[in-house]
Design a protein around this ligand. Sequence first.
Ligand SMILES: [Zn+2]
Length: 348
Amino acid sequence: MTSILGRDYFPSEYPEWNAAQNWGIAILTSVIFFASVLAHELGHSVVALRNNIGVKSITLFVFGGVAQITSEPPKPKIEALIAIAGPLVSLSLGGIFLGIFFAADGKNDSIAGLAYYLGSINLMVAVFNMIPGFPLDGGRVFRAIVWAVKGNFISATKFATTAGRGVGYLFILAGIVQAFFYDNLSSGLWIAFIGWFLENAASQSYAQVAIREALKGIYVREVMSNDAPLILKRIDVQTLIDSYITYTGKRFFLIGEGEKWEGVVSLQDIRKVPREKRRETRVGDIMVPAAKVVTVKQSDELLKAIETMDTADVNQVPVLEGERVIGVLSRENIVRLLRSRAELKSAA
Ligand SMILES: [Zn+2]
């Protein structure tokens, strides 16, 4: 962005500027634009947090980032408020920068040039994000409206993601037209890429919601595997590999003695031990202690357990009953369940 501004945009808009001025303003403009996108995302996050919805991470992406929200909003109104907060921030920033432009125009070229560019691009960000295709902000507002009217989150998501895919295809088409009929390959490719990204994100969002729907009303105890023996701390890593992994293909082990579990060891921990050290290293030396392990309860809803696993970024968790460990829930368990259910459905 800095190079486009410094090499093309500012020199053609302000031919009287020297190179230092061009590049100085270009760098400053890029930094402030980046901060503007961040402010847009913070707009979403602040409203989400105020409504007690966790925001896992903020990923900056081309025209406004995608703030990942860990749980779905509980009410249409809250979803609409979270969605609209970002574009409102961009809109306000656009207004402020254009105000600065009008104040500085004719008095200070550098400030005017910078403010004009930032004003218009923030307005573009606001407009782009309000296109009513999920997962764009406008698509979220659209879903919230359909959700409020029809009272069904899943079918609202279907509507909004279908619109999102449509918008994605339109962008791809516009990109192709731009590239071949207007001979502007790089901007055509860029537009097509944004379209492709949108189409993808919309399909994935729908798939996610469909999975949530399929998993509703299922509890951890129905899916977990009970076959999770406690392995003694003093067993060495090589023995664990020889007597458990080679035969069972298990990737996750509970470590402890008697009734008391003390930690877990996963295949990843084992792979970190060099081959020649496997005899002398005990599983107790490489285990993650229980206090640091995320767990779920057997009476938890499966969806809640998946959210826990997502937030902690793990593929399996010990299942507890009180203090006692009674099994392991893994993503494999969940995938297998979904597959069997899908097969039964298609057979019926
Ligand atoms: Zn946004």
